[in-house]
Design a protein around this ligand. Structure first.
Ligand SMILES: [Fe+2]
Length: 345
């Protein structure tokens, strides 16, 4: 098979209004109070179990970017991940709860909150605010592996014709899929297996929540801040970011396979043109941002607004400026656990 042709810069922009959901992305979606969940794969297939899930950008980035929304009163079942799972609340209010039976702790999150959930622990969430809700999610690694569901999901889904194979492929016998032999299907966890999963205290989880509105952030981390249009506040949230001044530590330090930072800028300010030697993905939280990218003889100037996503190739020249008259916030995920190099042009 031929390798896919490289994406143009325009193909690297995925706008909020173009996001394509899947209403049955996971094995739990036919269970009581789990219906209505919409999952999105913006960059990479993530952990989606249904091969009908649309993936906007398949090129590997070292991490995956997705999204989710849920009717209020419905919830996403308890499950565990092998790699990092990070959410940014864009709209609505969300209750996260965790532990084997979901009673180890809970936290209510609001727009602008970022949460990084430790690997290997059962977590679930529900919308507790408006039905107008949405979260962006980042998953660690190109292949984040399989989700492990609580036993009630695996046992309950069969009644609705849903089964999972060992490699997390969704089988839908109501729609004509043949049921594989029992030895190929995901089984319930034993008591001993359940004990292998991590328990996280409420204090530990709350320490992994960050909101730019509740932290000061940093100025003076980048050389362009002394130039007109370069004023910004930088929030190193996860891992080794691309901040030029490396003495500043992120709020969350354990390796995720990517770093996450937020940039807040007033009208007319942002980043001057620079090169980063790793792939980056922009997620707009607020404001309107004028983004320019040059790569391999191609140039793209693009306006991006809340919830839009853009992938930027490694070694491309990039600049960002908030052009709205309110403070704007932009989240930047950068591939790798080692700090990326920044070069001004
Ligand atoms: Fe998850």
């Amino acid at each position: 098979m031929n390798a896919p042709s490289p994406l143009t810069l325009a193909q690297r922009v995925v706008r909020k209004e173009d996001y394509i959901p899947c209403a049955e992305a996971f094995v739990d979606t036919r269970l009581h109070n789990r219906d209505g969940k919409l999952n999105y794969c913006i960059i990479g297939p993530g952990v989606a179990e249904n091969n009908k899930q649309h993936v906007h950008i398949r090129e590997p980035h070292g991490f995956n970017v997705g999204g989710v929304s849920l009717p209020t009163g419905k919830y996403n079942s308890l499950h565990s991940h092998l790699t990092a799972e990070v959410f940014l609340v864009m709209r609505g209010d969300w209750r996260f709860f965790w532990g084997h039976d979901g009673t180890d702790g809970e936290v209510i999150l609001h727009p602008g909150d970022v949460i990084s959930i430790p690997t290997g622990c059962f977590r679930a969430f529900e919308s507790v605010g408006s039905d107008d809700n949405f979260m962006i999610s980042w998953l660690g690694e190109d292949d984040p592996g399989c989700v492990t569901w609580e036993n009630a999901v695996i046992e309950g889904a069969a009644e609705f014709g849903f089964y999972l194979t060992h490699d997390s492929r969704l089988i839908d016998t109501r729609n004509g899929d043949a049921l594989p032999s029992d030895d190929k299907l995901m089984k319930s966890l034993t008591e001993a297996e359940l004990l292998q999963f991590n328990r996280v205290s409420p204090g530990e989880m709350v320490a992994r929540v960050y909101n730019v509105a509740k932290h000061d952030g940093y100025t003076g981390l980048f050389a362009d801040e002394s130039k007109p249009g370069g004023r910004k506040i930088f929030h190193p949230i996860i891992g080794e970011t691309f901040a030029e001044l490396r003495t500043v530590k992120s709020h969350i330090l354990n390796p995720h396979s990517f770093s996450l930072a937020a940039v807040c800028a007033e009208e007319g300010n942002g980043f001057h043109p620079h090169i980063i030697n790793q792939k980056q993905v922009l997620t707009i939280e607020t404001g309107r941002w004028f983004v320019s990218v040059e790569h391999d003889g191609e140039t793209l100037h693009q306006e991006l607004t809340a919830e839009d996503t853009m992938s930027i190739p490694a070694n491309a020249i990039r600049s960002y400026k908030n052009i709205s008259n309110n403070l704007g916030t932009l989240h930047i995920a950068t591939s790798g656990d080692v700090a990326a190099n920044l070069t001004w042009v």
